[in-house]
Write a protein that binds this ligand. Sequence first.
Ligand code: 13P
Length: 250
Amino acid sequence: MVANWKMNNTLGQSVVLAQEISNRFNSGYEDKVDVVICPPYIGIKPVKTVFDFDKCKISLGAQNVFYEKSGAYTGEISVEMLSELGCMYCIVGHSERREYFGETNNDVNRKAKALISGKIKPIICVGESLYVRENADPQAFVLAQIDAAFAGMDAFEAKECCIAYEPVWAIGTGRTATPEVAGEMCRSIRVKIAELFGDDIASNMRILYGGSVNVGNIDALIAQEDIDGALIGNASLQADSFASLFKACL
Ligand code: 13P
């Protein structure tokens, strides 16, 4: 279960929420479900400090990264910087980054490769817009994003990645993909990964669904064979609702 806090929570709010989540996780969910929190950059270290103090095994992730090692890239953050903060994961290619910040498939590929060489696991986001869903071939669109994101990787690199299928029309809209639609796309993604890197890598790859996941729909979503977890926005911003989502994984 991956929480994407997006551009929410000040430093103080992040620490309070992290403490609330840690209390819930440490009361019976340790070692039973893998949970990752992706705060805004400034929250990563303070949230990790809360988890470390509590011996809470929730991992930290970032929401973005830049692929160059260092240099004159004002406003950007490198893999090494994330690593130093204790990040184990990083979201790449989120549809909001693609839409508002012009992130391309090629950027996603470069970011994913840079993360892998810095020993951070990329969570590669793919997903079609409403226009593509209604007027084109969503599967072809998403599989082309997968092809581009994994271009030039070998199996050793690919096995470090997770994938999140997030249909753009389902993000923050309250309109979830039906479990069948989401499950079918995740199945196609797994088949594609098997074609590219073999069955072993494909069957072990974590494929998540994201887009208006909440306590009312999580059970049906993760019951789908090819949905291994969820990438959660709104419902991760409140400790009780997020805890009910990771509890649903057991
Ligand atoms: P919501 O859960 O708010 O729809 O956001 C999904 C998402 O974009 C997670 O990355």
